[in-house]
Design a binder for this molecule. Structure first.
Ligand code: ADP
Ligand code: ZN
Length: 210
């Protein structure tokens, strides 16, 4: 199954994508993680993306489309994949169509803007492997330490409150129109984000079944 997760920054789509990835044994492809990794490693693509990602702006379409093209060509995508954070603009969705990629389901995790701003302040990521945590909703076993690799948990630069507002603005203008784009093909499923991660996961699994 080929699945897209849509939703505002901080809506919890990455967390849900991981749950589905485990259940279906298909990889999650997060453009945000790929770009942050490139930035950390100082690659040419990372340098190109740096100013955008840090300001909370979208990285140019041609850069992310190139990333996705390469990644979807890998062997582990043959039995399906989950896209987390791509597409984020209409041209990106059109590029996916032009590649001949057939999408089975689009899950949109809906969370009100006010709740988003709150949640983002508690988000932490592993500085070594990029795994994502939350001070309230997804605590690591040991405070400040990654469960997976023991790396230090830090706040992302673009999770600073002013940057979050900018990202929400861009989400509404650039990404939200994708709901229309995919509802026209009957693939869109709306999932209301719940207070408890497990409750959202239950709704997500249900949305994938019907
Ligand atoms: P979130 O969903 O919480 O915003 P991501 O990790 O998905 O976090 O994305 C972080 C940043 O990475 C975005 O603000 C943007 O700068 C860049 N980015 C990720 N995916 C895309 C994309 N599909 N198009 C453009 N920029 C992207
Ligand atoms: Zn880690």
């Amino acid at each position: 199954m080929n699945i897209i997760f849509l939703g505002a920054p901080g809506a919890g789509k990455g967390t849900q994508a991981e749950k589905v990835s485990e259940k279906l044994s298909i990889p999650t492809i997060s453009t945000g993680n790929i770009i942050r990794e490139a930035l950390k490693n100082g690659t040419a693509m990372g340098l190109k993306a740096k100013e955008y990602i840090e300001a909370g702006k979208l990285v140019p379409d041609e850069v992310v489309i190139g990333i996705i093209k390469d990644r979807l060509a890998a062997d582990d995508c043959k039995n399906g994949f989950i896209l987390d954070g791509f597409p984020r603009t209409i041209p990106q969705a059109e590029a996916l169509d032009a590649m001949g990629i057939v999408i089975d389901k689009v899950i949109d995790i809906e969370v009100a803007d006010e709740a988003i701003a709150n949640r983002m302040s508690g988000r932490r990521v592993c500085s070594a492997c990029g795994a994502s945590y939350h001070l309230e909703y997804k605590k690591p076993a040991v405070e400040g330490v990654c469960n997976l690799c023991g790396g230090e948990l830090v706040q992302r630069k673009d999770d600073a409150p002013e940057t979050v507002l900018e990202r929400l603005k861009i989400y509404h203008s650039e990404t939200e129109p994708l709901k229309d784009y995919y509802s026209r093909t009957g693939k869109l499923k709306i999932v209301e984000g719940q207070e408890e991660v497990a409750d959202t996961t239950a709704l997500t699994f249900k949305a994938l079944e019907d």
